[in-house]
Design a protein around this ligand. Structure first.
Ligand code: G1P
Length: 296
């Protein structure tokens, strides 16, 4: 059985061009989903799964991210003097959440390149990679299950989800074989963003990975692929086909709820769904939504 995994890496250096002009000066990971920046949900998910050491791979606008997870003493003092304990707790929630670290990606050359930038921090340990665009329902224990599989078997684990063939070209896609464990498959091959005709299955990679440290050497030797970028999927393809490197690749099949906040329509849907389920907003939002929908 492998060592206990404690580190998560969140690549957050993308330019966020799909959300311009909102992302001109703000990292897209800071866009609010209801009232929390998207990245805070991801850090909370990491912490819930026991990963308290979080490295964010940032781009140009690193300050907003780092500030969000840091103290704001003036704001804390103002809220305290007003006796607004509720807001003070919300402000402090992000501050004490995890042991946060930041490294800049520099030249953005793809997800594989971003993960390589974590090498110094991660060292010789297995670690999780969590993509900020994917929000996984807090009720789901996807990441914990992935960590258990990675620790017990000392292998690489990715999260897979069945998607409609019409959207398969947006994802890394896996060929799989069943194992004797329910919801766990062995990945025999991977391809980044194939056309529907070339896709080996409809099992798409969603943004959660548990990687073994051998991935760094493989990434170093992975040439640019799709979009002329160094693709994590291509490195995983090497690890899936040569199981002598790090024990092979397994997939945990996710059947729960996931929101893609990297896409404008899904982002709006995520906000509406999450807000309508909240105790503070739901009771007013739900009847309003029904009335609103009548007029459509
Ligand atoms: C990335 C990966 C892709 C994966 C996807 C999940 O693509 O390259 O393999 O399926 O995340 O969200 P991106 O969405 O960053 O283009």
């Amino acid at each position: 059985m492998g060592k206990h995994i404690t580190k998560a890496v969140i690549p957050a250096a993308g330019l966020g061009t799909r959300f311009l002009p909102a992302t001109k000066a703000l990292p897209k990971e800071m866009l609010p989903v209801v009232d929390k920046p998207a990245i805070q949900y991801v850090v909370e998910e990491a912490v819930m799964a026991g990963l308290n050491d979080v490295l964010v791979i940032t781009g140009r606008n690193k300050h907003a991210l780092a500030n969000h997870f840091d103290r704001v003493t003036e704001l804390e003092a103002t809220l305290e003097s007003k006796g607004d304990g509720h807001k003070l707790r919300m402000v402090n929630e992000a501050t004490g959440l995890a042991d946060m670290h930041y490294v800049r990606q520099g030249d953005p050359r793809g997800l594989g390149h971003a993960v390589l930038r974590a090498r110094m921090h991660v060292g010789d340990q297995a670690f999780a990679v969590m993509l900020g665009d994917d929000l996984i329902d807090a009720k789901d224990d996807l990441l914990s299950r992935m960590l258990t599989v990675a620790e017990d078997r000392e292998v690489t684990v990715i999260a897979l989800m069945e998607v409609d063939p019409s959207v398969i070209h947006l994802y890394g896609v896996a060929s799989i074989e069943p194992t004797d464990e329910e919801g766990l498959v062995r990945v025999t091959g991977l391809v980044e963003k194939p056309s529907a005709a070339d896709a080996p299955s409809n099992y798409a990679i969603i943004g959660r990975y548990v990687l073994q440290p051998e991935v760094f050497d493989v990434l170093e030797n992975t040439p640019p692929g799709k979009g002329d970028e160094i693709q994590l999927t291509d490195a995983l393809q090497t690890l899936a086909t040569d199981t002598s490197i790090a024990g092979g690749v397994y997939g945990v099949v996710f059947t729960g709820r996931r929101f893609d906040t990297g896409d404008k329509l899904s982002y709006i849907q995520a906000i509406i769904q999450l807000a309508s389920e909240r105790d503070d907003l739901g009771p007013d939002l739900r009847p309003w939504l029904k009335e609103f929908a009548k007029g459509l």
